[in-house]
Design a binder for this molecule. Structure first.
Ligand SMILES: *Cc1c(COP(=O)(O)O)cnc(C)c1O
Length: 413
């Protein structure tokens, strides 16, 4: 299998791309390289690697062969030019602030966000970068918030937990016209359901902890450069990285500042676990999306349920957009029980679904959102994000559909 042939399908590519590199003892999986240091027989070669004149590994914090193999897989999944892996998804998002923003800059972010990302932007705002939160389901709100010092626009594809969908293509168009870096968090859709490159994203975020790993056994995150953004126009690239070709400047600065200087590196053991999980991403997303649709349809039709939020339902405000952009509607939905039905009692009656905080696991997980992951932000911010106090988030697993439907139905009072 040659390195240049790249017209294989998604899963074939993920399974076999390691073999396009040198095979180490015929090993079908990339070995776990635990060595922190990399020795060179010729001291001049060591110097040359440090000076970036030839490829090679310097020190585990900046890169490792097992992590590099996963980075290569994710680049192929996202059709990107380069990927950096991080210790967690939050480290990948934190790297944006750490490596790409300065005091006096401005960020426009969707207000429908993963709770910890919301908290991170508030931290960034306290350090001298202005952050505007907007309803990104309409690109006009993003446009109205843009300023001359806006450095990046940040959105999630399907927001967790209310499943609002950003006006992805129009925001991409706007960013392209204004020359602004467009960052899309693709965690909820994964590159199997959607490639943000298709709507003009310059950088793509993935929490590898979720569906890409899929087994809930390793934390990880990634930033992928799609090659669409012209880094030569980005004001915050330090002179040292301007020496690189324009296409490589963003990733070079991100690698140096967030991995080398900040140490947000992914461990090789975790990279290995994630790479194994990633092989079945497409299969799992098809199964979990089908299960989520069946559950959402059953709950929506039941009089004891007040609301169901899932892009696969015709009642979802962005159903048409989701149908247009995504291969399926994903594994996440949320719902509200009718007043008078206690959400804790309901969750305790479930036999299969587990009360736990994670997403994209093979097992179905449920969580009462306002009392847990969105507790800290308080009722006002929750209300502004459309989060009812009784909202239950469901991360649907790969269990048999009939078993799941029966579990959620029979737990209704
Ligand atoms: C979980 C999640 C993150 C953070 O990822 P971690 O790996 O848990 O740090 C970021 N964005 C979204 C949309 C997520 O669901």
């Amino acid at each position: 299998m040659s390195d240049t042939k790249n017209n294989y399908g998604f899963t074939t590519t993920i399974l076999h791309n390691d073999r396009r590199k040198t095979i180490e003892q015929g090993s079908l999986h990339k070995p776990i390289h635990t060595s922190v240091a990399f020795g060179y027989g010729d001291a001049r070669q060591l110097a040359s690697v440090f000076q970036g004149k030839e490829p090679g590994f310097r020190y585990g914090r900046q890169g490792n062969p097992t992590v590099a193999a996963l980075e290569d897989k994710i680049s192929k999944m996202e059709d990107g030019v380069a990927t950096l892996c991080f210790g967690t998804g939050m480290a990948a998002i934190g790297a944006l602030a750490q490596a790409l923003l300065k005091e006096g800059d401005h960020v426009v972010s969707s207000s429908f966000l993963f709770g910890n990302t919301n908290s991170l932007w508030n931290t960034v705002a306290g350090q001298g970068t202005e952050v505007s939160f907007v309803d990104a389901t309409d690109a006009a709100n993003v446009e109205a918030a843009l300023q001359p010092n806006t450095r990046l626009v940040f959105v999630e594809t399907i927001a967790n937990p209310r499943t609002q969908i950003a006006d992805l293509a129009r925001i991409g168009q706007l960013c392209r016209e204004r020359g602004i870096l467009y960052v899309v968090d693709n965690t909820m859709t994964t590159p199997w359901l959607f490639r943000p490159k298709a709507v003009g994203a310059g950088l793509v975020v993935n929490s590898l902890t979720k569906s890409i790993g899929g087994h809930g056994m390793a934390l990880g995150g990634a930033l992928t450069d799609t090659g669409l953004f012209d880094w030569s126009t980005y004001p915050n690239i330090a002179p040292n990285f301007r020496k690189q070709p324009p296409a490589a400047q963003g990733i070079a600065q991100l690698r140096a500042k967030s991995l080398r200087d900040f140490g947000a590196s992914l461990a090789p053991e975790a990279a290995h676990h994630i790479a194994v999980g990633a092989e079945t991403l497409a299969l799992r997303m098809e199964r979990t999306s089908a299960n989520a649709l069946a559950l959402a349809q059953m709950l929506e039709a039941d009089p004891r349920v007040a609301a169901v939020h899932y892009p696969g339902l015709a009642s979802h405000p962005q159903h048409a957009l989701a149908t247009d952009l995504f291969r399926a509607y994903g594994s996440l939905f949320s719902f509200e029980l009718k007043e008078g039905i206690d959400c804790f009692d309901y969750l305790n009656r479930l036999n299969i679904a587990i009360p736990a905080s994670n997403l994209g696991d093979t097992r179905t997980l449920v969580i009462p959102v306002a009392h847990t992951i969105f507790f800290e932000m308080g009722p006002e911010r929750r209300a502004s994000m459309g989060i009812a106090e009784s909202l239950i988030r469901v991360s649907v697993g790969i269990e048999d559909t009939a078993d799941l439907v029966e579990d959620f139905r029979s737990a209704l009072p």
